[in-house]
Design a binder for this molecule. Structure first.
Ligand code: SAM
Length: 340
């Protein structure tokens, strides 16, 4: 947990600067900001940014700052031009996981200097709490803040020449997914199966470093097409429903490409499906497809059981594809998926 405590906020005078302190905290890797004076407008501004641009950043204003410092379960770092140079202490501070970074506005009360573990200067010239915080967070995270994923409704695509923004559709919550399944007419058996696939898919996604939220939603909705048919086209029917429900394309693709270990365009033609490649492409698509292969009803089975079943049906190529996907994901996860 990286938290920032902003002292001396005067809602009438410091609106812009405190907003910038909060925005820097959020963008450069902090999880939360505390502001000493209550400012509901500021809270609303920051929550609005979080809603649109994503992330789980929190803001709390009107806090008892002394209480926050006293009760902080971790190291407390006050940024002040009078402190020890950052370069001398940053390696030591970087070892700490839970830090509270304190920045001031005008004069900071003397007791703050005594209540903290570190008084740190970012150069010994006066500048600003915004710059001090930005530089501190950059050094503390060793630049890793740049890779933080926010998964917001709005995402800015780096571009050399023009403003490029994509608006992403929001992922539904777990409750909303279950609600969609039952509203579409899926049986309780199908819903229970979807929940079992979701539980396994999430475990695999965590091990594989995949997008867990996307996998969760894709797995819960992968069989939504079973409200229409239990035949092989249930993936296609499901994708159709997902498009009608205005779900993000990533979810639609998971549903459409979850059949077995993938159906190529040629195989689709032979199976009487619309001619299209239904092979899972992204890591998340592969995870949901394979979690489904490993869940028989609600029971986790070994890949060998599914392979044998397919061999008995004479589906040799298909059995090989299953094994290939199993090996690929097991390698990414660093563990045989039969063992999880
Ligand atoms: N004279 C004030 C003081 O008590 O430090 C400076 C106020 S300054 C406008 C507001 C805040 O910016 C400070 O409380 C401190 O957190 C931060 N700050 C400004 N210059 C800094 C520096 N060189 N190193 C670290 N923090 C600095």
């Amino acid at each position: 947990m990286i938290a920032v405590l902003r002292l001396g906020h005067r809602p009438d005078r410091d609106k812009r600067v405190t907003t910038h302190v909060a925005l820097v905290a959020r963008a450069f890797g902090a999880d939360k900001i505390f502001v000493d004076r209550e400012d509901k407008k500021l809270e609303q501004t920051i929550r609005d940014v979080c809603r649109r641009f994503g992330g789980n950043f929190e803001i709390e204003t009107g806090v008892n700052w002394k209480g926050i410092i006293k009760e902080w379960n971790g190291k407390k770092i006050h940024l002040t031009m009078y402190g020890k140079p950052l370069r001398e202490k940053i390696d030591e501070i970087r070892r700490e996981r839970d830090i509270l970074i304190i920045v001031g506005a005008e004069k900071v009360p003397g007791e703050v200097y005594r209540m903290v573990d570190y008084n740190i200067s970012i150069g010994n010239q006066p500048h600003s709490e915004v710059s001090a915080l930005a530089i501190f967070l950059d050094r503390y995270t060793s630049g890793k803040w740049e890779y933080k994923k926010f998964d917001g409704e709005i995402e800015i695509i780096p571009s050399e020449k023009r403003k490029k923004v994509v608006k992403r559709k929001k992922l539904p919550s777990e409750e909303e997914c279950i609600d969609m399944l039952s509203k579409q007419g899926c049986s309780q058996e199908v819903i229970n199966h979807c929940i079992s696939v979701k539980n396994l898919a999430v475990k695999i996604a965590e091990l594989a470093g995949a997008d867990v939220e996307l996998v969760k939603v894709g797995a819960l909705l992968h069989d939504i097409g079973r409200s229409k048919t239990h035949g092989i086209s249930h993936g296609i029917e499901g994708a159709k429903i997902a498009r009608e429900l205005n779900l993000p394309d990533e979810v639609v693709n998971i549903i459409e490409r979850h059949i077995g270990a993938g159906v190529t365009k040629e195989e689709a033609v032979k199976l009487g499906l619309p001619p299209k490649d239904y092979v899972p492409k992204t890591l998340e698509e592969k995870i949901v497809a394979h979690a489904d292969n490993l869940i028989d009803g609600n029971r986790k089975q070994k890949i060998s059981e599914e392979v044998e079943r397919q061999l008995k049906r004479g589906n040799k190529d298909y059995a090989e594809k299953l094994m290939k996907l199993h090996r690929e994901l097991s390698q990414i996860c660093g563990i045989d998926l039969d063992e999880i």
